[in-house]
Each structure stands twice: as structure tokens, then as C-alpha cells.
Design a protein around this ligand. Structure first.
Ligand code: SF4
Length: 415
């Protein structure tokens, strides 16, 4: 069990962040906000995929003007991402958004920040203060800032950047505290996963506001996954982080899917939908397991809403052990597969029928669970490895040939 850091709590529409609220998943639209229909479609797709909160960019007046209509057509809380122009924040608040994101790196005028704080306070809207490493302009003065901080971070690889980020935050938050405004979340993103870990760890010691975790500009999903999940997983496992956004240069639905999966595997959110376990395959494989796993995954996402654990294993070597905790399992053999439901063998089918049989059995189990006649995670009987030479047909040909050469007759294969 991960012990989460105690923080204040803020309310973003109907979603709570921090305190005892579950870690939420955020994403951001990638189209123009002023293109209302497309923006609404994107928000609803992300919400349908499990996003708890969606952020939209509002660089221009026409974007904040679109917000009122967008808000009427979506159910998920919306955050307005504001840079450079504090007026966009005021317009977004006026339009009814649920949260504002401000960047201390590019909205620095105290009077302007105060105006945004006052508008948010009046409407009960929280503000995220996001100090992205890339947008902090004081980097020119890093040595001076480092000195100011008494060289606190001088032994750290990222000392100067960390010092600047912390100093910027402290300085900025003083404006908020002076106006008795505490509905704040903090983010401190960087492209460097090690800096992300250090920055959030340091911030978590100094502020009790909920933390929005993220790695900025993580790049394409193919490499961005590792760049994001390593630091975020590390922080979350240490109880740090109250809401997350994974950032990819790709369809943002992947950010939601991967964010949720990270929280599921860490036990920070109860899983929605099936959990798929699949073997990586090796030289023992006798079916097209890669295609099978892809197809099983798609089918499960479409048809299964309960957290049923499904294991797809290439052979019986590791199959029984790895499938022990699964509700539904298949071990493949020579162009066929044996399917188990909660430890009990229910079918032995040729490769072409594995997908449909596995899905039918999983759906049947889902119905039984919904009807209260079965319980997930409960094995009815122990999974017994099938006979590889009989039921799965593995190696039969070779053995037949060997035995035939010696004049020995084999028993008929059981299927
Ligand atoms: S389950 Fe079998 S096929 Fe899959 S990786 Fe393990 S030994 Fe190889």
C-alpha cells in the first residue's frame, strides 16, 4: 500500500485533487479551442477514455470566447491554460472554466497576477502554478539565484535549475498567500526525468498544495512512455503526486490510457475494464501470439467493463504459473489453445477459434459476476498443466516420427 503525502484539497468542477481524493488523470486537447465542434469532440473523446480533467489552450480572445459554448457541451471539468496574457485568464474565469493554469515564467506582473487571483477567489476556482523548467527566464541569473538560496542545491546535478524553480515558486506563491488564496496546485515539469523527481521531491517538502505531476515535452509515445512513467512512477510510489498528465506528441487519448494504467498497476486507482497479461513469446511458440494478443486486447476493451484478469500464454512452460492469478487463461500449443476459467478447463480449440472462445468465456464470466454467481480473483480449481504431447499437440509429430522409426505406436491425441 502506498502511503500518500497529506496535502490540502482543491475542487476542480466535480473532481477533488489532493487530500484523500484518488490521483486523477488529466490530458490536454491538441486542436484549436476556437474550433468549438472539434474541441468538444476531442474533450468528450478524452473524457470517454477516462480523463478526469481536460485542459485547453486559450492563446487568443477567440479561444476564451469559445469556452462558454464548449462548457455547455462537455461534462468533464475544464482547465484554461494561460500563458503571457493575464486577460485570457480573466476571460476564461468569466466563461466559467473550472481551473486556471498560470505560468510564473511568463505572467509575472504582480498586479496582473493579483487580478487573476481575485477573480478566481470570487468564483471558487483553483489555480495551478506551473513552473516548467523550459519557460523560466531567470536561467541567465542562475548563479546569482543559486547563491541567494545559500547553495542549498549546490551538490545536486540540477542544482541551479532546482534552485530557480523553487525560488520562482516561493516568490510567486507569496502573491497568492498575501491575498489569502490557497486553492493552489503546483507543477514543476522538465524534460529531464531526474530533475522532475528532484523538483517534486523538494517541492513536496516545502509546500502542502496538491501536486500535478508531469514530464514536459516527453516526445513521441514510443520513447515518451519511459521518459514519463519512470519519474512519475517513482514519485507516486513514494506517495508524491495528486494528479498526473503524461504528455506525448501523439493523440492525447494515449496520455489518458497510459496515465490510468500507471495508476492501476500501482494500486492507486481501482481498475476499470479487463487486465491483460501476455507472454512475450519465445522459440517455443506455435501460434501467432502477437496478433492474438492485439486482437484479445481490442476485444476486451470493447466488451469488458469489469476488472477481469485475462492471461494469454504461448505455451505450458510458464503458462500455469503465470496464469494462476488470472480469471481467464489460455495456454497455446501446436496451432491450438486450451482455455481455463478460474482454474477450470473449459475448452480446447484450434487457433482460429481461440479469440472468439476466449472472449465468449470472458463475457460469460462477466455476466456471472454481475449476477452475483461468481467472484473475480477466485479460483474454482487449481490450473493443471495440460499434457503437451496430447492435448496441446506440441511435439507430437516429432515424437511420432521417432517412435514410428522404432516401430512403437503412440496413443491417439486427446482433443
Ligand atoms: S509462456 Fe511459453 S512461449 Fe511464452 S515466453 Fe514463456 S516459455 Fe515462451
Amino acid at each position: 500500500m502506498i502511503q500518500r503525502r497529506k496535502t490540502r484539497q482543491v475542487k476542480v468542477g466535480n473532481v477533488l485533487i489532493g487530500g484523500d481524493a484518488p490521483v486523477s488523470v488529466q490530458s490536454m486537447t491538441s486542436g484549436f479551442t476556437y474550433e468549438i465542434d472539434k474541441c468538444v469532440a476531442e474533450i468528450n473523446k478524452l473524457a470517454g477514455g477516462g480523463a478526469d480533467i481536460v485542459r485547453v489552450a486559450v492563446p487568443e480572445r477567440k479561444d476564451t470566447e469559445a469556452l462558454k459554448e464548449i462548457l455547455k457541451q462537455v461534462k468533464v471539468p475544464i482547465v484554461a491554460d494561460v500563458h503571457f496574457h493575464f486577460q485570457r485568464a480573466l476571460e476564461a474565469v468569466e466563461a466559467g472554466v473550472h481551473k486556471i493554469r498560470l505560468n510564473p515564467g511568463n505572467i509575472q506582473d504582480k498586479a496582473q497576477v493579483e487580478k487573476v487571483i481575485d477573480a478566481c477567489k470570487e468564483r471558487g476556482i483553483p489555480i495551478r502554478v506551473g513552473v516548467n523548467e523550459g519557460s523560466i527566464v531567470e536561467r541567465k541569473d542562475k548563479q546569482k539565484r543559486l547563491k541567494e538560496l545559500g547553495g542549498v542545491f549546490s551538490n545536486n546535478k540540477h542544482g541551479h535549475l532546482l534552485a530557480i524553480m523553487i525560488a520562482k515558486l516561493e516568490e510567486y506563491l507569496d502573491i497568492f498567500y498575501a491575498r489569502n488564496f490557497y486553492d493552489i496546485t503546483i507543477s514543476a515539469k522538465s524534460i529531464d526525468p531526474a530533475l522532475v523527481v528532484d523538483a517534486y521531491a523538494e517541492i513536496s517538502k516545502r509546500f502542502d498544495h496538491p501536486l500535478h505531476l508531469g514530464v514536459t515535452h516527453a516526445g513521441p509515445k514510443e520513447t515518451g512512455t519511459i521518459r514519463s512513467v519512470v519519474p512519475l512512477g517513482h514519485l507516486l510510489m513514494n506517495g508524491i503526486g495528486d494528479t498526473i498528465r503524461i504528455s506525448y506528441a501523439n493523440d492525447p487519448i494515449y496520455e489518458v490510457q497510459d496515465g490510468l494504467e500507471l495508476l492501476y498497476i500501482l494500486g492507486l486507482r481501482p481498475r476499470v475494464g479487463a487486465e491483460l497479461i501476455g507472454c512475450p513469446t519465445c522459440g517455443r511458440i506455435q501460434v501467432d501470439l502477437f496478433t492474438l494478443i492485439q486482437n484479445v486486447n481490442k476485444a476486451l476493451q470493447k466488451e469488458i467493463t469489469l476488472p477481469i484478469k485475462v492471461a494469454v500464454m504461448g505455451c505450458i512452460v510458464n503458462g500455469p504459473g503465470e496464469c494462476e492469478g488470472a480469471d481467464v487463461a489460455i495456454f497455446a500449443g501446436d496451432k491450438r489453445g486450451i482455455i481455463y476459467v478460474q482454474g477450470q478447463k473449459v475448452a480446447n480449440v484450434p487457433e482460429a477459434q481461440i479469440l472468439e472462445t476466449l472472449l465468449a468465456e470472458t463475457k460469460k464470466l462477466q455476466e456471472q459476476v454481475l449476477a452475483g454467481t461468481a467472484k473475480l480473483g477466485e479460483k474454482v480449481v487449481d490450473i493443471l498443466p495440460p499434457d503437451p504431447l496430447g492435448e496441446l499437440g506440441s511435439g507430437v509429430k516429432k515424437i511420432e516420427e521417432e517412435k514410428a522409426a522404432k516401430g512403437i505406436q503412440l496413443p491417439v491425441m486427446k482433443v
